[in-house]
Write a new protein. Structure first.
Length: 107
């Protein structure tokens, strides 16, 4: 699994029948800043992911790739390589909050 940020959506009017009705999102994987370890930073890559949880633009999400992306009930037997499987509420590293959906942690 990876943490990614939803940066947009994609519309494809022509696609294989099994993909009709699937919502496609543009996601950008993030990682922990290796120097400061106090924030998430982009990896500089972008993927198209099938949305199974109703994620919105600007949200941080959990994504799976490869064969794991086809193991959800919603994506079984679909030709997908990346799927959104969760919406991130917060990320804590070394007892510090490096991301909170609702703003800085009060802990």
């Amino acid at each position: 699994m990876f943490v990614a940020k939803v940066t947009g959506s994609m519309i494809a009017t022509q696609k294989v029948e099994s993909m009709v009705g699937q919502r496609l999102l543009m996601v950008e994987p993030y990682r922990l800043d290796g120097k400061t370890r106090d924030r998430l930073v982009t990896t500089g890559r972008t993927f198209v992911a099938v949305d199974t949880v109703g994620a919105g633009e600007g949200e941080f999400v959990l994504i799976c790739q490869g064969s794991s992306a086809r193991l959800t009930p919603e994506t079984k037997n679909l030709p997908v390589d990346t799927v959104v499987i969760g919406i991130v509420d917060s990320v804590h590293i070394d007892h510090a909050c490096v991301y909170a959906k609702e703003g800085p942690s009060k802990e």
